[in-house]
Structures are given as structure tokens and as C-alpha cells.
Design a protein around this ligand. Structure first.
Ligand code: FAD
Length: 406
């Protein structure tokens, strides 16, 4: 009879790994698999802060999808998903429409601005290759403008990062590396540049062990980063921001505000009428959407609760990749007419947060704390391990990270 149509939306960690797993476990012609993505490349979101600061070229971060996907087994469409119509089993694309029997939603995250005025319009975000490239260019432009305006506008040299979570801290570390280079290139005295972090909590990295968070702050401060904690962002204009601390409004002149304080699931999920929890699908144990036996969600579009703590797992590349295995196995089970589906059980290694090229912190394997080069090494092992899963040794050699002391 007719072949079953499996459609995977998004080629981020969750989506592309679902497709790669399916092409490994399915025989040719067992199903028709279609992968849809906005770009003709997959990118490593977890490296984007390096691209944004200008320390790593984005061609290192992205991989053409046809280098990873076996096009005999997976049909790849470059297009933008507009909406999903679960009741009709259809996906509306910018230039067409797709029918599915089984759907995998891996559309990732978007920025959450918490209703802060003008943030969406005036702040930069680290979300994809395009937005990272824009930040890199913008930093250079402002350093060039500083002299062009006869050094009358110190705001050109102030960089504000909103939020001191993992993304904010990793970006601060990259900035601390990059600024001395930019100063050299644009004839700017380093002491005139301010890198300022504005964080709502009383510490950065509130989710990690306090000892590690303190290490991170000290490391970054020693390289010129200023922390303003216990401060809430109130307003973001093109040339300044306003925050509130201890009941008082304060202003910082800046042309570069990078908002790294919040993400939410792609709003397509919510707008397509799925039951959602803050925009995410609270998936069943087998990664399917409640009430939709033909829809799976992975990565930042899925919400999985840790039974031990009762709290949802934090969105991460790590969990997205693991979920993709369960999703692919369950699609195979469905095609085989199997009624028992695999239950998703994460095996999380912990987190490693980079602080720039020579420093990092890690909390791995149940409370093994790493500092400095050991954490840097661990981060590279994690990154290379992912590339190996995605495209084997060849991809590791092409795009991997090997030098730990540069
Ligand atoms: P994504 O990887 O975001 O992929 C979504 C894909 O969908 C993209 O390819 C996008 O192009 C595509 N897409 C989106 N909308 C559409 C559309 N309308 N139509 C077609 N295609 C579309 N996690 C970790 O585990 N470790 C880390 O060290 C880490 N560091 C991070 C550092 C930074 C700077 C950031 C921003 C995040 C970091 N994370 C880290 C979190 C991690 O990147 C995310 O949790 C992860 O990317 C989620 O994977 P995903 O597959 O759900 O979505």
C-alpha cells in the first residue's frame, strides 16, 4: 500500500538527530521521511556565542545538511514552517503544504522578552547564525563609530548583556577574549570599554553550585567584566538601557544590548492549537503529544518532568539528542506495528559552561566539579562526541575542536 509519511520539522539537535537515527534504523522504502528546515545547513546552537563575539567563524558552526543526510532515505526540503494543522494532519510551509502520518516537531526556541518594552526591537539575541553574525558586525561597527564621532560617545564602547544564565555567561567569556583584539584593531584603549552583565538574581548562574558560580564571576571579573546583580531590566532603547536596582532606576548608555535572559519554545507549537505548558508540549513518556498519537515533540519544544524532583528538565542540546533516539525508535515501533513504545529516560552527564577559550566550569557525573582546563577539555569532548554521533569521524575531523590551550 501507500508508504507512511514521516515529517520532521526543524534540523536542530532534536530534528536532525531524529532524521539521522531514522536513516540508520529504517530500510530503504520502509517509510517516506521528509525533513524540513529553514536553512540548508544544521548549526550548533551551543557554539553561537563564539560566532557572535567574533572568535569563531560561523562556517565552523554550521554543517550543510546534505553532508549529513542520506538523500536516498530522507527527502530534505528547505522552507519555513508557518503552522501545523493537527486535525488535518497537515503542515503549512511558506511555499506549500505537507501531509503527514507521523510528525516530529523539533522547531527549537525563540527569545522570551517578558514584556520588557522595546527589548524585541532594540536588543540583539543569540539565536541562529544570522543573529550571531549581526552581533559580530555590530560590535565592529560601534568600535569604528567611536573614532568616527571623535570619541564623544562612550556608549559606543559599552556592551550590555542581559541575563547571567548559561548563555549570558558563556557570551561574556567570549567577549572578554574578543575585546582586547577589537581594541587593538580599532585603536581603542582597553580601559574605555565596559562589558556589563545585568542579572536579576543575586548571583550569576543561579542554577549551578555556588562555588562554581563564584569561580565563574571571579574569572570573568579578572578579565574586565562588570556584574550588576539583583537588577531588573526595565527598558531598552537603541542607545541606552534602564534597569532597576534597590527601588531605583539607573541608566547605562550603550548601543549594544544582547539579551540572553530567556527562551521559550517556538510559538508555532502554541499557535497550532496543541495543549501546552508555557508554549511547550508536555509530552507523554514515549515523547508523543497528549491526545495526538501521531505527533512527537523533541528538544526545546518538548517538556519532560524529572520524576525525582517534580521539576521539568532544563532545555538543552544534550537532552534533545537523547530524545531523538527515543523518537526514532518509537517511529520504528509504529511502522513495525508494535504496540509497546520506548519510554524516554534521560542520562544527563551534567553541564559544562565555557568562560572563554582558556577557562570553564563543569558539574558532571553527579557532582564532580571541574574548573579551568579540565572543564575546557570536557567541553571539547562533549562537542566532538556530538559531531561523531551526527556524522562519524569524518565530521569530527572537519568541524571538531582539538586545541585546548589557545
Ligand atoms: P534548535 O537546535 O534550536 O533547532 C531548531 C531548528 O529548527 C533550527 O535548525 C532552526 O533553523 C529550525 N527552525 C526554527 N523555526 C523554523 C521554522 N519556522 N521553519 C523551519 N525551520 C525552523 N545546551 C547544552 O546542552 N549545552 C550547552 O553547552 C549549551 N550552550 C548553549 C549556548 C547558547 C549560546 C545557546 C543559545 C544555547 C545553548 N544550549 C546548550 C541550549 C541548546 O542550544 C538548546 O537547548 C538546543 O539547541 C535545543 O535543540 P532543538 O533541537 O530543540 O532546537
Amino acid at each position: 500500500g501507500e508508504k507512511i509519511e514521516v515529517v520532521v520539522l526543524g534540523a536542530g539537535y532534536g530534528g536532525i538527530m531524529t532524521a539521522v537515527n531514522l536513516q540508520k534504523i529504517l530500510n530503504l522504502n520502509e517509510a517516506s521521511i521528509t525533513l524540513v528546515n529553514k536553512y540548508d545547513y544544521h548549526y550548533q546552537t551551543t557554539w553561537l556565542h563564539e560566532n557572535a563575539a567574533g572568535n569563531l567563524h560561523h562556517d565552523r558552526t554550521r554543517i550543510p545538511i546534505d553532508e549529513i543526510i542520506n538523500t536516498d532515505k530522507v527527502h530534505f526540503i528547505i522552507d519555513e514552517v508557518v503552522s501545523i494543522k493537527p486535525e488535518k494532519k497537515k503542515v503549512k510551509l511558506e511555499t506549500g503544504e505537507l501531509y503527514y502520518d507521523l510528525l516530529v516537531i523539533g522547531l527549537g526556541f525563540e527569545t522570551e522578552t517578558f514584556g520588557i518594552p522595546d527589548l524585541k526591537e532594540n536588543a540583539f539575541t543569540i539565536g541562529n547564525i544570522d543573529s550571531a553574525r549581526l552581533i559580530r558586525e555590530h560590535l565592529e561597527y560601534n568600535f569604528a563609530m567611536y573614532h568616527h564621532e571623535n570619541r564623544k560617545n562612550p556608549g559606543r564602547l559599552n556592551i550590555v548583556v542581559g541575563g547571567g544564565g548559561f548563555t549570558g555567561v558563556e557570551f561574556l567569556g567570549e567577549l572578554a577574549n574578543r575585546i582586547p583584539e577589537l581594541c587593538e584593531e580599532y585603536d581603542i584603549n582597553k580601559s574605555l570599554v565596559r562589558i556589563i552583565n545585568v542579572e536579576k538574581e543575586t548571583t550569576v548562574l543561579p542554577e549551578v553550585d555556588p562555588q562554581l558560580a563564584e569561580y565563574a564571576m571571579t574569572s570573568l571579573e579578572s578579565r574586565g567584566v562588570e556584574f550588576i546583580t539583583g537588577a531588573s531590566f526595565k527598558h531598552c532603547a537603541p542607545d541606552r538601557i534602564v534597569y532597576e536596582k534597590e527601588g531605583k532606576d539607573k541608566e547605562i548608555a550603550t548601543y549594544t544590548t544582547v539579551w540572553a535572559a530567556g527562551v521559550r519554545a517556538n510559538s508555532i507549537v502554541q499557535d497550532s492549537g496543541f495543549d501546552h505548558c508555557d508554549g511547550k508540549i508536555a509530552v507523554c513518556a514515549d515523547m508523543r503529544a497528549p491526545g495526538h498519537d501521531d505527533v512527537f515533540a523533541v528538544g526545546d519544544c518538548a517538556l519532560v518532568v524529572d520524576e525525582k524532583t517534580g521539576h521539568p528538565y532544563s532545555p538543552s542540546a544534550q537532552i534533545a539528542v537523547q530524545q531523538a533516539t527515543t523518537v526514532a525508535n518509537n517511529i520504528k515501533a509504529h511502522l513495525d506495528g508494535n504496540s509497546t513504545f520506548e519510554k524516554f529516560e534521560p542520562r544527563l552527564l551534567g553541564t559544562v559552561t565555557s568562560l572563554g577559550n582558556n577557562d570553564a566550569i563543569g558539574d558532571v557525573f553527579n557532582n564532580w566539579k571541574l574548573f579551568g582546563w579540565k572543564a575546557v577539555l570536557m567541553k571539547k569532548i562533549i562537542d566532538n562526541r556530538y559531531l561523531f554521533k551526527l556524522g562519524g569521524l569524518g565530521l569530527v575531523m572537519r568541524k571538531g575542536k582539538f586545541n585546548i590551550f589557545y
